[in-house]
Design a protein around this ligand. Structure first.
Ligand code: GCO
Length: 482
């Protein structure tokens, strides 16, 4: 493992998101977001918790930046809370205190030589927009998003070199409109307490509106700001690695479909102006169409691909096995089932988190796949990380000795560097996450931090992995300064 193979100006950072970190959910004029409403609805979050306080980064950002300085990172990925800037979306005023908070955060980062890497929305939106017209189901949201991002570019863009429009919109729409695990909590089958909806259509409609909102945001940035501000703009996609279950043609084709129905679904339109052929063929009228005007805007609609990569799955074709809907087994999921075991053997070492198996080869494979499909468009690993489950009831000391996380990160970084040595254009790596934080439906039961958070005092304590990451970055720096 030799970080010296990484190019100069490689971004090293940790990632976070506003709802998972900030807290201060009613402070200084912030409006309510769809996540505020969702977590305050009973039965949605496993431990009954919410992000009202989260890890209180809103009040503790200076302390957190000190932790980053100690790590030696040169970038911080965070998201802006849309409802903190526009409490009622475009149907109300700009919240000056919100602007001032992000200005303080950005300036404090820059003072320590840490580049802000800004996600414009990480799953959250003002609740007002959900209520007025059903959020992303309405094309009107494209204009709302345009209005919002223009404000962000205008107020912060002079100091921000990296913008991400959406975080994992592929998971956002699946969780919001198919499984109901996220707001607006609509789902196909009435299990749990989600609202029954026509998820076969809604998932693709919401995705379509998000793709067009992305294109519109990029258009605004490119025409009004990019030249003078000089930054770049991209999108972050949830990208696990899919490995064919067997070497049969059927499983290979199913794997292609699984990739289409999860990642290329967003990346193909943004880069090539159209949905993957296989999706259009299988879905017919269930997937909306792009007009020629849309296609124009979509053409090469990003400067980099943000990759959130954690794990790998095997993919099985559904003609020969009984597939489970929700894991790829339905028509709208491409009839390609995701499983993590073959003949009882998991794809990689199991971790405490059910969906994460440690499969470091997946990092090189996914990067190489995207490099080939998208002509080596610059890529940035915007998230990679390892979780601990709190039901195992450890002592703090035990949580701090996170050897498994160190092993995970070093394996994945190794695999990343191998892909780069073979020519992949990767520009950065962000670990999820700086601190333990609010893990969506899992509340505070799952810990992803390089630093442990004591939830009674909110004290941050570095884990072994923080020290390890710090030493890794230091080796890179020494080499680059020679
Ligand atoms: C995302 C992720 C993060 C999670 C992380 C660990 O969408 O970017 O959901 O917010 O906390 O992936 O599961």
């Amino acid at each position: 493992l030799d970080p010296s193979s990484l190019p100069p100006n490689f971004l090293f950072g940790t990632a976070s998101s506003s709802y998972q970190f900030e807290g201060a959910y009613l402070s200084d004029g912030k409006g309510l977001s769809n996540w505020d409403i969702f977590t305050h609805t009973s039965g949605k979050i496993i431990d009954g918790s919410n992000g009202d306080i989260a890890v209180d980064q809103y009040h503790r950002f200076l302390e957190d930046i000190d932790l980053m300085e100690t790590l030696g990172v040169n970038s911080y990925r965070f998201s802006i809370s849309w409802a903190r800037i526009l409490p009622k979306g475009r149907f109300g005023d700009i919240n000056r205190a919100g602007i001032s908070y992000y200005n303080k955060l950005i300036n404090a980062l820059l003072l320590k030589g840490i580049q802000p890497f800004v996600t414009l929305t990480h799953y959250d939106m003002p609740q007002e927009l959900e209520e007025r017209y059903g959020g992303w189901l309405s094309p009107k949201c494209q204009e709302d998003f345009g209005y919002y991002v223009d404000i962000c570019f205008k107020y912060f863009g002079d100091r921000v070199n990296y913008w991400v429009t959406f975080n994992e919109p592929n998971l956002q729409v699946i969780n919001g409109y198919r499984t109901g695990e996220s707001p607006p909590s609509r789902c196909s089958s009435p299990f749990g307490n989600c609202t029954h909806g026509d998820s076969e259509k809604e998932t693709f409609l919401a995705a379509h509106n998000i793709i067009l909102a992305h294109a519109n945001a990029v258009h605004i940035y490119r025409t009004k700001y990019q030249k003078q501000q000089g930054g770049s703009i991209g999108i972050v996609i949830h990208c696990p690695w899919f490995e064919p279950y067997s070497n049969s043609t059927a499983d290979n084709l199913a794997t292609d479909r699984a990739q289409d129905f999860l990642m290329n679904w967003f990346l193909d339109p943004i880069i090539f102006g159209k949905y993957p052929a296989e999706m259009t063929k299988i879905l017919g009228s269930a997937i909306p169409k792009f007009s020629s005007n849309d296609r124009e805007k979509l053409n090469k609609g990003l400067d980099f691909i943000g990759i959130n990569h954690y794990t790998g799955f095997y993919i099985q074709d559904c003609s020969f096995v009984v597939c489970k809907p929700g894991q790829g087994g339905s028509r709208t999921e491409g009839l390609a089932q995701q499983v993590q075991e073959k003949d009882g053997v998991p794809i990689g070492k199991s971790s405490e988190v059910d969906w994460i198996h440690v499969y470091p080869q997946g990092m090189e494979k996914i990067i190489t796949y995207l490099k080939e499909r998208y002509n080596n468009t610059p890529m940035i690993i915007t998230e990679n990380g390892f979780g601990q489950e709190s039901y195992l009831n450890r002592t703090i000391e035990e949580y701090l000795q996170d050897r498994d996380r160190v092993e995970y990160m070093s394996g994945y970084l190794d695999s990343l560097m191998t892909a780069m040595l073979k020519g992949a254009d990767v520009r950065g790596y962000f670990a999820w996450s700086l601190l333990d934080n609010f893990e969506w439906g899992r509340g505070y039961t799952r810990r992803f931090g390089l630093h442990h958070v004591d939830y009674t005092t909110l004290k941050r304590i570095p884990r072994l992995s923080a020290t390890w990451f710090k030493e890794f970055i230091a080796r890179y720096k020494v080499d680059k300064s020679q």
